[in-house]
Write a protein that binds this ligand. Structure first.
Ligand code: AMP
Ligand code: GLY
Length: 428
């Protein structure tokens, strides 16, 4: 079986690595920069923009690939799944109209409301600046301002946290009034990812990501600095009832998409805020999370190539998917200055990492060494019987790296976990 992986980050290295555990599967890759990890797995690489749909389709055709697996959101928005489908290549990822669940935040909220799907915060969509300004002026409580389109996870402004009312108005001006304004949710965030074949949904272990740049959840939002998961695949601040509700919400979305003629195939990523009223949807993504893909794919004990086949055929069953009962901790190393003014071109020396898996991200080989680029550099995933073991494995690998890079030391520590649990207790 030949599978084309589109994308060149840590997430795609994890996808390629999981696919390659089946020795019958040949991996091909399209990426913008040569990720050393993917480069070592793929038999053939096309260096091209991940949104260059015609070039990617030609490459897939010339090489007779059986399936394609799309890592990032940008090619989904560019219609890559539709184009590959027209060329007879089934793809893991939703078609352009179904990917709006991520690429168009107004579509996502309206779809939830029209289909009476639970967990939708109070929201309104605006296309006019005076109306949006007036709404912010008059709203009682804190709002969240979201651009309608893709922003790489960095486009949201939260009143009462990052901006005050005047700041929210200033921000909505920069968006010319094109925004979703929604109630600010208070709680603990968690990620639920699932394989979806158009009809059936099979969930993966829960993960918690860390968006803020620095220890203690301070500093600007990033693409994600790291993430952890627990041996029971749950999180200690998510009850069984919360989990059931989150699964129901995701299943309702899949059913609604199918009913309205835009069936959803691929990975569905639910970002939830666990609140006093149970889980509410912060957003959906039409792909694996990055870093969250690295947690769950490192645990996957079943054959991802087989899962790809079943998603394409619409024959996915829970029995096709199993995960090891271990904890995972993923820590990203990022270049100095990331995310606001990242410094690129610095050499990186990887130290001993015997107990952790290494996933390369935005890093290139140069003159026999490795050098940083402007985005997240590389990640380590520690696995263990306990969270503590997993954390220690990731931490010792991360701190053994030399160069102008940094990472968060607190991700996956018991101290941080205790804070999350205490916060949820206090709210409830
Ligand atoms: P997004 O780009 O939608 O992932 O949002 C980035 C981050 O903003 C999320 O991870 C949350 O921490 C926060 N956020 C988004 N929407 C809300 C909301 N309605 N209430 C509180 N925080 C939110
Ligand atoms: N880790 C968040 C995302 O992939 O969007």
């Amino acid at each position: 079986m030949k599978i084309l992986v589109v994308g060149g980050g840590g997430r795609e290295h994890a996808i390629a690595s999981a696919l390659s555990r089946n020795t019958q599967t040949a991996i091909l890759s399209v990426m913008a920069k040569r990720n050393p990890g993917i480069d070592g797995i793929a038999g053939k690489v096309l260096l091209a923009k991940e949104t260059d749909v015609p070039r990617i389709v030609s490459f897939a055709r010339e090489n007779d690939v059986d399936y394609a697996f799309i890592g990032p959101e940008a090619p989904l928005e560019a219609g890559i799944v539709d184009a590959l489908g027209a060329a007879g290549i089934p793809t893991i990822g939703p078609a352009k109209t179904a990917a709006r669940i991520e690429t168009d935040k107004a579509f996502c909220r309206d779809m939830m409301e029209r289909n009476a799907i639970e967990g939708c915060p109070k929201y309104r969509v605006f296309h006019s600046l005076p109306e949006a300004e007036e709404f912010i002026e008059d709203y009682e409580g804190d709002l969240v301002v979201k651009p309608i389109g893709l922003t790489g996870g960095k486009g949201v402004r939260i009143m009462g946290e990052q901006v005050d009312r005047a700041g929210a108005i200033d921000y909505v001006r920069t968006l010319h009034g094109e925004a979703v304004l929604e109630e600010r949710l208070i709680g603990e965030e968690f990620t639920l990812q699932a394989f979806v074949d158009g009809t059936h949904l099979v969930p993966m272990p829960l993960v918690q990501d860390h968006k803020r740049a620095f220890d203690g959840d301070i500093g600007p939002n990033t693409g994600g600095m790291g993430s952890y998961s627990m041996p029971d695949h749950m999180l200690p601040f998510v009850t069984k009832a919360d989990y059931k509700k989150a699964i129901e919400i995701m299943k309702s979305v899949v059913a609604a998409m199918e009913r309205t003629g835009q069936p959803y195939k691929g990975i569905l990523y639910g970002q939830f805020m666990n609140t006093t009223e149970g889980p509410k949807v912060i957003e959906f993504n039409a792909r694996f999370g990055d870093p969250e893909a690295m947690n769950v794919l490192s645990l996957l004990t079943s054959d991802l190539s087989e899962i790809v086949h079943h998603i394409a055929e619409g024959s996915l069953l829970p029995s096709h998917v199993s995960f090891d009962a271990q904890a995972t901790v993923c820590k990203y190393l990022v270049p100095d200055g990331y995310p606001d003014s990242p410094h690129a071109g610095d050499p990186v020396l990887i130290g001993s990492h015997d107990d952790a898996l290494l996933y390369y991200a935005n890093i290139e080989r140069s003159n026999g060494g490795l050098v940083t680029q402007t985005s997240r550099t590389l990640a380590f995933v520690g696995l263990g019987e306990t969270l503590e073991q997993a954390e220690q494995a990731a931490e010792s690998a991360a701190s053994a790296v030399k160069g102008k890079v940094r990472h968060r030391r607190d991700i996956g520590t018991q101290e941080l976990l205790n804070r999350r649990i205490a916060h949820m207790k206090e709210l409830r």
